[in-house]
Design a protein around this ligand. Structure first.
Ligand SMILES: [Cu+2]
Length: 488
């Protein structure tokens, strides 16, 4: 059988699975027919109802017609405890099929939410219930795995706490970063069409229309390997910098800040004015705590930090790398302090962020030390004219999947052969940066800088066909995706 016939075969199984998903209570089998753990049967800890639909959302002085979960941007966080069985009924009131991927949760393949690969698409005016036991503590999130829907308002945090969480902090705050165009500037589909028509020249059609952070010239801002698209707005928790969210505490309070980069095409650098951040987790997994004033997050990445609040009003400030504009929120511990001015950039942003390879995994969070059974390259290439991005020389439709056997130790040698940074995301697993059992941190998404290499190790303990892809929505859509498939 040719690759194409196999794909058509998979799609055919997919429609059968879609029928099963409508009628039964048990989850649909993974599309590829990989052996799946039994459907959860224990008591349901939490029922969640999500409706994906069109909405007019007020971003703070700007009303955008967009798509969102239950009418909010970001969607309301789901909070669960490790071991909880959650049932999440997703109703699709969009004019297009959708799906939900639970980013960071290593759940069974049939629940992973990738139409055509793991889980049937949710057609308009139908519903699908995701049903799984929450495996991993940490700061995670969810979003569609369908076309460019990631670049609408369809995203929300998924926060999982361990059963015995020390909870040594006074506040647990979430900061969701986003680049925003939908309903304000061009649609995501138009942006992709423009990028393709321009043959990959960096796109500036959305140039700084509404950020009002002003002043910077877009010419030649290609440094740092930042994104392809200038966005009209950058948001924290769905708010513009002109009308930011205000987080309130008291001087001396300890805050756990969970930072999620949900954007489609933007790497953010984040600082809290006059505060030092103590990094405690990357993509949900604990690290040996280390102090830093700046975080740098690629699309899909998360950092948890602790900070002790000063007395006053302080900007949480997120700067899009290689682009102008900014996103911000305000932390206020004093009623009388003047709010930081719009565009008042914390000097901390002049500091360097900790390179991911300089962080150390917390004791107990490393993979068991083990030599790799399978070593495979993941070569990231493509770029300017034509606007095509590849993994191992192929675009997604023509991909030659990575393979692994159940129980094997796998190693991916990621090489970025382009002048752009790519956040590479592996579904269904977390990997360790560097060698298994070494000092590298655990993650599911790693930002690979231009012309650089990163090696990651993982354990093949979750059978299925799993997406491996760049989390830049435009790169993914233009081909930079493949699969990791379990073989016998
Ligand atoms: Cu990319």
């Amino acid at each position: 059988m040719s690759r194409r016939e196999v794909l058509i075969g998979l799609l055919a199984v997919g429609s059968t699975a879609a029928l099963a998903g409508c009628s039964g209570r048990s989850p649909a089998p993974a599309v590829g027919g990989f052996p799946q753990p039994p459907a959860p049967s224990g008591p349901v800890a939490q029922e969640v109802a999500l409706t994906a639909g069109p909405v007019d959302v007020d971003l703070g002085g700007r009303v955008a017609r967009t798509w969102a979960y239950n009418g909010k941007v970001p969607g309301e966080p789901i909070r669960a405890t490790v071991g909880d069985r959650v049932r999440i009924a997703v109703r699709n009131e969009l004019p297009a099929p959708t799906s939900v991927h639970w980013h960071g949760l290593a759940i069974p393949n049939s629940m992973d939410g990738v139409p055509g690969v793991t889980t049937p698409a949710i057609d308009p005016n139908t519903e699908f219930t995701y049903d799984f036991v929450v495996p991993d503590a940490g700061t995670h999130w969810f979003h569609p795995h369908t076309g460019l829907q990631l670049d609408t308002g369809l995203y929300a945090p998924f926060i999982v706490t361990a059963r015995e969480e020390p909870g040594a902090y006074d506040h647990d705050w979430i900061v969701v970063l986003d680049d925003w165009t939908d309903g304000v500037g061009r649609s995501p589909e138009q942006i992709l069409a423009d990028l393709q028509a321009a043959g990959g020249q960096r796109d500036a059609g959305g140039m700084n229309m509404g950020s009002g952070m002003g002043g910077m010239d877009h010419g030649g801002m290609m440094s740092g390997g930042g994104g392809d698209v200038d966005y009209p707005l950058y948001l924290i928790n769905g708010r513009t910098p002109q009308d930011p969210q205000v987080l309130r505490g008291r001087p001396g309070d300890r805050v756990r800040l969970r930072v999620i980069n949900s954007s489609a095409d933007t790497i953010f650098r984040v600082a809290v004015a006059d505060h030092t951040l103590r990094i405690t987790h990357t993509d949900g997994y604990p690290v040996v705590p280390v102090e830093s004033t700046v975080l740098r997050l690629g699309m899909g990445e998360r950092y948890d930090v602790l900070l002790d609040l000063g007395d006053g009003a302080f900007a949480v400030y997120a700067e899009p790398e290689g682009k102008s504009g900014a996103a911000r929120a305000i932390i206020r511990t004093s009623a009388t302090s003047a709010a930081p001015l719009l565009g008042q950039r914390p000097p901390e942003l002049n500091d360097d962020a900790m390179p991911i390879t300089s962080l150390t995994v917390a004791p107990g969070a490393a993979l068991p030390p083990r030599a790799a059974d399978s070593v495979q390259p993941v070569a990231l290439a493509g770029g300017m004219g034509p606007y095509v991005w590849t993994i191992n020389g192929r675009t997604y439709e023509n991909t030659s999947p990575l393979t692994i056997k159940q129980g094997q130790a796998g190693r991916l040698q990621i090489g970025n052969h382009t002048m752009m940074a790519h956040p590479l995301h592996l579904h269904g697993h977390t990997f360790q940066i560097g060698a298994a059992g070494g000092t590298g941190v655990r993650k599911d998404t790693v930002l690979v800088d231009p012309m650089s290499r990163i090696t990651v190790d993982f354990v093949a303990d979750n059978p299925g066909a799993w997406m491996v892809h760049c989390h830049n929505a435009y790169h993914a859509e233009a081909g930079m995706m493949t699969r990791l498939e379990y073989t016998t």
